[in-house]
Design a protein around this ligand. Structure first.
Ligand SMILES: Cc1cc2nc3c(=O)[nH]c(=O)nc-3n(C[C@H](O)[C@H](O)[C@H](O)COP(=O)(O)O)c2cc1C
Length: 377
């Protein structure tokens, strides 16, 4: 889109105001369609050398990505990179298409800048997503690096978040099917065992079941045709775990050698700040009221893993200060979702500009120096 940036911003904020008056899922569908057609424009981020960071073998111009669930079916990947995200995660994808829960299943809690959703893994299924990814138009260029320090240019990282069908008799097989199907088409895989909206799914976070699942996935990955370094396998966890479960997950993740953790998914808790008529809707809460819970959990995982496992911090990032707090609590990269719904595409620029300023104020030349800073010494 060649419109003057100020005009694009004006059009964008008008569109956002219109969308916010529509039922949330209708608004989401329209936004996704606009992004898929490139109508949201192109918002390249200005170079900010302090924000450049290396994580999971990706050389990112900045740490902020789009969290799973926004583009479940890979319908708007190019448009989403156009908003300035350094990486984008599609999904959750399940082997077979499924409709998800009956509507309404997505609720705005505007005063708290929060959402409650019980979508239930509505998605077009593996084959449809594979076909779309294979036909997808190009992504921006980015650098990759391997352990030997070799660098090469590739497309900006795209992740696929995978899950199991609600009626699956063998959830582990579902994850393996999705891993094998999506692996050649994306740059990392996120294993979602943390959605509160598929009955029994979160039980896969228990030690023995998690070991079995991750072992099966690592074996499946090893058996795939090798083409360079293995693509990262990450686990996305819930913010509602017991201390014992958290310790088990940290141990299993390190012992099995998965590549990172995404901390965290939505919460089934309802912190006191959440009020209003939707408070008691069943489902996962995201946005500002999730921030503290998810960030404290992130810090616990950073401590338990001793900084040896890359952590992607997600949950309630609304401002640059939130994003910076997650980095200081141990996040090597970040994701958001709900803030995009309330603030529109300008959120990427706002958050990154503020993180850059906060790093400079604290005397950091590089983002990597600030990772886990609150937990050292
Ligand atoms: C409507 C909606 C749908 C979501 N769907 C998924 C999903 O399919 N898979 C997943 O791993 N996370 C999903 N999430 C969780 C987000 O990826 C993210 O972890 C969570 O919303 C916390 O981040 P936020 O506070 O920035 O939104 C969804 C969130 C929302 C609001």
């Amino acid at each position: 889109m060649s419109a003057h940036p100020r005009l694009a911003d004006l059009a964008g904020s008008m569109a956002l105001r219109v969308l916010q008056r529509l039922p949330p899922e209708t608004a989401h569908g329209l936004a996704l369609r606009a992004l898929g057609r490139g109508w949201a424009g192109h918002r390249p981020q200005p170079p900010r050398p302090r924000l450049a960071t290396q994580v999971l073998g990706f050389e990112l111009p900045h740490p902020l990505g789009l969290a799973a669930g926004f583009d479940k079916n890979a319908e708007a990947v190019t448009g989403l990179f156009g908003l300035g995200f350094a990486f984008v995660e599609i999904g959750t994808v399940t082997p077979r298409p499924q409709a998800g829960n009956p509507r309404p299943r997505l609720f705005r809690l505007r005063p708290q800048q929060a959402l409650i959703n019980r979508m239930g893994f509505n998605n077009h299924g593996l084959e449809a997503v594979r076909a779309r990814l294979a036909a997808q138009s190009p992504r921006p260029a980015a650098l990759r690096a391997d352990h030997q320090g070799r660098r090469w240019e590739a497309a900006a990282p795209l992740g696929a978040n995978i899950g199991a069908n609600r009626d699956s008799a063998d959830p582990v097989a579902d994850y393996v099917t999705c891993l094998c199907g999506l692996y050649p088409l994306v740059d990392y895989i996120a294993v979602n065992v943390s959605s509160p909206n598929t009955p029994g799914l979160r039980d896969l976070q228990r030690r023995d079941r998690l070991e079995a699942l991750l072992t099966a996935l690592l074996e499946a990955r090893a058996a795939l045709p090798a083409g360079g370094a293995a693509k990262p396998l990450l686990l996305k966890i819930a913010p509602d775990l017991t201390p014992e479960d958290e310790a088990d997950i940290a141990e299993v993740a390190l012992a099995l050698g998965i590549d990172g953790l995404i901390v965290s998914n939505t919460t089934i808790a309802r912190p006191d700040v959440v009020t209003g008529s939707h408070r008691d809707e069943a489902g996962g809460l995201s946005g500002t009221p999730l921030f503290l819970r998810a960030t404290e959990q992130l810090a616990r995982f950073y401590r338990m893993t001793g900084g040896r496992l890359p952590l992607i911090g997600v949950g309630g990032i609304t401002t640059g200060a939130d994003a910076y707090a997650k980095i200081r609590a141990g996040a090597a990269a970040l994701q958001l979702y709900t803030a995009l719904i309330y603030q529109g595409p300008g959120v990427v620029e706002r958050v990154l500009g503020e993180v850059d300023r906060l790093l400079a104020e604290d005397g950091y030349d590089r983002l990597s120096e600030a990772i886990g800073a609150d937990l050292r010494g």
